[in-house]
Design a protein around this ligand. Structure first.
Ligand code: SF4
Length: 337
């Protein structure tokens, strides 16, 4: 079994470890600075001994190998990382129109949720990723870009099915003595795992929440997203209303436009009904699952769908998939397949 690494510990975890070792918890910031920023000078002679003791019990995280690096015409770069035990994970560098850079990271190797449209879902589940393995993806993308403006957990896996490790990774990324990355620039996307949304309502985390609505009708959703049985989207959105009120925030709602399946104006009205009064921005993600032979101009259809939402007062973004030519768009991460 893999030994826990220093890179898997949040500051609070490290303080607990120090307490058990009989050491002062005040050494934790110096240990973080040395580990993440290589600042040797941070340690005095006492903490050097302590450092060795900590490292003996919690060794540095092994670095994954970069098995594949593919870049797309629009500047998107996709990496396939392979961890010690052979588990794969993909991460992606995305460039916005305004020059802003986003690291899209995976939370699991594969995914157990089995959404029918998703390449990761078809891959099945291999295992949860450790915090250090999530951070290794961020570091890989950072090394490529030089600077990262935001992080999204929208790669392989359902982040809330590996929440303990994802939360630790977020705490480490945002720790001032590690990466000092603002939590407000970290978005976690979920198909609607309600117990974790419930936990977020009372947590201090300041991350952003994205909810994969996928499609608004319970009936249609059940056919393509098996988690719908346990967490129906209508109940998820009721809970999200509480989340928004408690956090005084908004969410990102992701709706997938399946050509000819849920892109009609009636479907738009159903989405408007579901999200009525919900503070959100809606991302529309067109997906082509084989062209329906109905002679309808699907781009015009998507634009009409968007217009209907905008007329109802929703801020809406029709996403032209970034990196689609290298399978780095939503639901397309599948470990290099
Ligand atoms: S869409 Fe997300 S939750 Fe569904 S199978 Fe794919 S990775 Fe898992």
């Amino acid at each position: 079994m893999r030994k826990a690494s220093l890179g898997d510990l949040s500051r609070e975890d490290l303080e607990r470890v120090l307490r058990i070792m009989g050491a002062k918890t005040s050494a934790a910031p110096s240990i973080f600075l040395k580990y993440y920023k290589g600042r040797e000078g941070e340690l005095n002679s006492l903490s050097v001994r302590l450092w060795e003791k900590v490292i003996a019990k919690y060794p540095p995280a092994p670095k994954p190998s970069v098995e594949k690096r593919v870049s797309a015409k629009d500047g998107t770069v996709k990496f396939l990382l392979r961890f010690e035990d052979g588990a794969p994970a993909e991460c992606v560098l995305l460039h916005g129109k305004d020059g802003r850079t986003t690291a899209c990271v995976s939370s699991q190797s594969g995914c157990a949720c089995g959404c029918k449209f998703c390449a990761t879902g078809r891959l099945g589940f291999r295992r949860n990723l450790f915090p250090s393995e999530i951070i290794a993806q961020f570091q890989t993308v950072l090394a490529e870009a030089g600077h990262i403006d935001s992080i999204v957990f929208m790669g392989m896996g359902e982040p809330f099915m590996n929440w303990d490790n994802v939360k630790r990774a977020i705490l480490i990324l945002s720790d001032p003595k590690a990466f000092a990355f603002s939590q407000g620039k970290i978005t976690v996307s979920t198909v609607g795992i309600m117990p974790i949304i419930e936990e977020l309502i009372s947590s201090d985390l300041k991350i952003k929440l994205a909810v994969s609505i996928i499609t608004s009708s319970d009936e249609k959703r059940e056919k393509i997203a098996p988690m719908q049985k346990e967490y129906p989207i209508s109940r998820v959105i009721s809970l999200v209303r509480r989340y928004i009120a408690a956090k005084r925030t908004q969410i990102l709602a992701e709706y997938i436009l399946f050509e000819g399946e849920n892109d009609s104006l009636e479907d738009a009205d159903s989405l408007i009904g579901l999200l009525n009064g919900v503070e959100c921005r809606i991302n529309l993600i067109p997906v082509n699952r084989g062209k329906p032979e109905d002679g309808v101009d699907r781009i015009a259809q998507a634009k009409a769908f968007q217009q209907r939402l905008m007329d109802a007062g929703f801020r809406t973004y029709l996403r032209l998939e970034k990196g689609a030519d290298i399978s780095a768009a939503c639901g397309q991460l599948s470990a290099g397949n």
